[in-house]
Design a protein around this ligand. Structure first.
Ligand code: ZN
Length: 242
């Protein structure tokens, strides 16, 4: 099977559409949470995802918008966007988000938003935190989002530690015989200094993971955010990828 792996769409429908057009053939979508929050088109993103065979797990913003997480744990701009999203969200979208699991396993792949041990909240940004997850939790390949930064952590048995591998945009990563935590990056709000939408293709037969990047019309998303009165800081950051 070939999966389109996406995360942190955050209501950015132009970015999501661009990814769907750019992606090579796939059988189903695996979405790692944060469908909403920040962006101008939460309902459209949820509807679009439902048109494909897919699995989606819940993210912290998905929980924030349905009231399962306190909006006051989010920073000011994120909270304003969440409160706007709460008003905007249709009943169907709200129900869809409310039914999302925090953790899904498919064969030896684990899908979570944050981390295997803290699926909603933990940010995996360094090898120390990744190592604890490899030691405490039983999985072979975990797919995570949440940080909006494409990255790979690999478990090194000899040293009982995790090492960081930066994504190779030219060559698919081989997954064979390795324990890994992989973040495909964010579709709708990249934070690694590159504003292009990030996504990946996972081929479970070939055992490969291909990181991909595609430019999308950022200005269309920004225009829609302005029209909806979303915070300026969130509008500006999209073109910087920060
Ligand atoms: Zn996010």
């Amino acid at each position: 099977m070939r999966y389109l792996v996406i995360s942190d769409i955050h209501g950015n429908f132009p970015a999501m559409q661009t990814v769907l057009h750019d992606a090579p053939a796939f059988d189903a979508i695996w979405c790692l949470g944060d469908l909403v929050g920040y962006g101008p088109n939460p309902n459209q993103c949820i509807q679009q995802l439902q048109e494909f065979p897919h699995i989606c797990v819940a993210g912290n913003h998905d929980w924030g918008v349905i009231g399962r997480a306190d909006v006051f744990v989010f920073n000011h701009a994120a909270r304003q966007a969440l409160q706007w999203t709460q008003r905007e969200l249709s009943l169907e979208s709200r129900q869809y988000l409310a039914e999302l699991s925090t953790t899904v396993s498919v064969e030896d792949y684990l899908l979570v938003h944050g981390s295997p041990r803290e699926p909603i909240w933990e940010y995996l940004l360094d090898s120390e935190h990744a190592a604890v997850n490899f030691m405490d939790m039983d999985f072979r390949v975990a797919l995570v989002g949440h940080t909006h930064i494409p990255i790979v952590f690999e478990w090194v048995e000899e040293t009982q530690s995790a090492q960081i591998l930066l994504p190779d945009w030219q060559t698919p990563l081989s997954l064979e015989g390795r324990r890994l935590i992989i973040n495909p990056g964010s579709v709708g709000q990249p934070r690694d200094g590159n504003p292009h939408a990030a996504y990946a293709i996972l081929d479970t037969e070939m055992q490969t993971f291909e990181f991909r990047r595609v430019p999308y019309p950022v200005e269309i998303t920004q225009e829609r955010m302005r029209a909806r009165g979303l915070p300026v800081r969130l509008i500006d950051r999209l073109e910087m990828g920060r």
